[in-house]
Ligand binder design. Structure first.
Ligand code: 13P
Length: 247
């Protein structure tokens, strides 16, 4: 069976002291036989976290990246730069980027392509808003978002991680039920199967108020291969409980 992946998305949280305390807490509690574990930190803290995590089983990730290779793009960070600081993963297309920074499906697909070409694994986020769910458009929306990434990345699609994050479940404490999540994951798996013979290898994560209490039932679903965790990834004990549920 493929190992599950539990990835923390710290979002715009942390400081030098808090990061060190959190990572030390995780390193004390995580066993060698744990599932795959990653923390996606604010880019300015990559160097700090790279040092703290050196030689450990916890991998490092970033939360966003430029679609461009290099050049006159003030404020942006290139994928090759993230790679230099040990990033193994980069989240692309998080709903907060789509919502607050007007990122389109095409831009997200281009970012995924850039990340892949620098040898990093993109964690591509898809998910519907509450209005879209209530209008019965969940499948249509997630399929459209994933289709753009498949279209741009061709056979390399088997190298991505996909995270289903219903927007209404993010930061609200209102997780999708295990059944609701599995239903969408099955749709995404079928879409990936039509695109690549290696679809079963692709990790499909669930994100949106996953916590120490609900992780086990979500992770027991056949098409849920891990989690992308926001709030609960900022508390060492909660994150360790989720890791244990996946291991
Ligand atoms: P929460 O776990 O805080 O709901 O955040 C989920 C998320 O957006 C992870 O990327």
């Amino acid at each position: 069976m493929k190992k599950k992946l539990i990835a923390g998305n710290w979002k715009m949280n942390g400081n030098l002291a808090a990061n060190e305390a959190l990572l030390k807490g995780l390193l004390t509690g995580v066993g060698q036989d744990a599932c795959q574990v990653a923390v996606c930190v604010p880019s300015v803290y990559l160097a700090q976290c790279q040092t703290l995590l050196a030689g450990s089983v916890i991998e490092l990730g970033a939360q966003d990246v430029s679609a461009h290779e290099s050049g006159a793009y003030t404020g942006e960070i290139a994928s090759a730069m993230l790679k230099e600081f040990g990033a193994r993963f980069v989240i692309v297309g998080h709903s907060e980027r789509r919502q607050y920074h007007a990122e389109t499906d095409e831009l997200v697909a281009a970012k995924a392509q850039r990340v892949l070409s620098s040898g990093i694994t993109p964690i591509v986020c898809v998910g519907e808003t509450l209005a879209e769910r209530e209008a019965g458009k969940t499948e249509e929306v997630v399929k459209r978002q994933l289709a753009a990434v498949i279209h741009t990345n061709g056979h390399c699609i088997s190298e991505v991680v996909v995270a289903y994050e219903p927007v209404w479940a993010i930061g609200t404490g209102l997780s999708a039920t295990a059944e609701q999540a599995q239903q969408v994951h099955a749709v995404l798996r079928a879409q990936l199967k039509a695109a690549t013979p290696n679809a079963d290898r692709i990790k499909l994560l669930y994100g949106g108020s996953m916590n120490a209490a609900n992780a086990k039932s979500l992770l027991a679903q056949p098409d849920i291969d891990g989690g992308l965790i926001g709030g609960a990834a900022l508390k060492a004990q909660d994150f360790l409980t989720i890791i244990a549920a996946a291991s």
